[in-house]
Design a protein around this ligand. Structure first.
Ligand code: 8YV
Length: 314
């Protein structure tokens, strides 16, 4: 087995990434060890790098238990589960896997938007229930030519917008900053954005800066004929307010790939045909997951051999 400084894996990862870690580095799978605490106390100073996923991250306690840690490598673009400022204060660099998942996440955002507005999943259930009678399925909402707001015009938001241009959609956005050279209408707040569109697509990053950004006020601004699509993080939306708005019909519909407490889905949503529920699959294609695994591994390799990461977080 490889020798040298330890690479610490803290959660299950893509099998091909796990295999690469194992064959090139002295890899320890902390999540599989019943004696994890004792192992950290005895061997914490041997760890050079942590490999984790966007959903799990590296806790402050973990970072504090690894005095010679130099890098935290995330499988995934999100890294809000790791306290980057704290890691940096300990001299630890952090990487993620941007770009390689942008297309697939944008594809799902557009697919989910069409699904919820045209009620495709609900129509499929209707046919399977044997209820098909001519004119029996309710009319739905047009997608082409409507107005769509993008909340968070980063890489993924832009990829969603570019796709929707093909549908003749009128685009607007709200971001922390106005994007230079962007021709889409800029809205000063999430509420202003929601008030002027038929559908709002959430593509902002997670973490404390965006927590609860889609508030009850934003949902009311979207209104009973408005739709919400979320491929970002459940934390961005006030989930109890969303459930309330959907159950009472104050919001037209929602397509959700992410939730506040995955895999828990609020029970009242399960009965609503106005809601599309997905199990956090926007990046989950073979092609994209392999590319994410490759990029995570390249970051680790680069750090272990040269001391620097390929795609450090901003
Ligand atoms: C993955 C994600 O599902 O990249 C992200 O931030 O949420 C998804 O691509 C996740 O990272 C896999 O653990």
């Amino acid at each position: 087995p490889p020798e040298g400084r330890v690479v610490l894996q803290v959660c299950p990862l893509l099998p091909t990434l796990e295999a690469a870690l194992e064959s090139h580095h002295r890899t320890v799978r902390l999540h599989e060890r019943p004696d994890a605490r004792a192992w950290l106390a005895d061997h914490g100073d041997e760890v050079a790098a942590v490999v984790t996923s966007a959903r799990v991250g590296a806790s402050r306690d973990l970072v504090d238990a690894l005095p010679r840690l130099g890098a935290i490598v995330h499988f995934g673009v999100g890294y809000e589960t790791t306290d980057v400022a704290h890691a940096r204060s300990r001299g630890v660099d952090v990487s993620n896997t941007p770009d390689v998942l942008t297309d697939c996440v944008a594809d799902v955002a557009v697919g989910a938007l069409i699904d919820v507005m045209r009620r495709l999943s609900a129509a499929d259930r209707y046919v399977r229930r044997g209820e098909w009678t001519p004119g029996g399925f309710p009319l739905t909402t047009r997608v082409s030519g409507t107005r769509v707001g993008i909340l968070g015009l980063g890489r993924i938001g832009r990829a969603v917008a570019t796709r929707l241009e093909g549908f003749g959609v009128e685009l607007a956005y709200h971001s922390r900053r106005r994007v230079a050279g962007c021709s889409y209408r800029y809205a000063d707040s999430a509420t202003d954005l929601a008030a002027g569109v038929d559908a709002l697509v959430v593509t902002t990053s997670g973490g404390s800066g965006s927590s609860g950004l889609v508030s009850a006020e934003v949902l009311d601004a979207l209104g009973p004929r408005g739709f919400l699509v979320n491929v970002s993080r459940g934390s961005v939306v006030d989930e109890p307010a969303l459930v309330e708005a959907l159950v009472s019909g104050r919001l037209g519909g929602a397509a959700l790939d992410v939730f506040a407490d995955e895999p828990h889905v609020p029970a009242p949503l399960l009965d609503l045909d106005s809601v599309v529920l997905l199990p956090h699959i926007a990046s989950a294609t073979r092609e994209t997951r392999e590319a994410m695994g490759d990029l995570a591994f390249r970051n680790l390799r680069s750090f272990m051999t040269t001391g620097s990461l390929v795609t450090p977080v901003p």
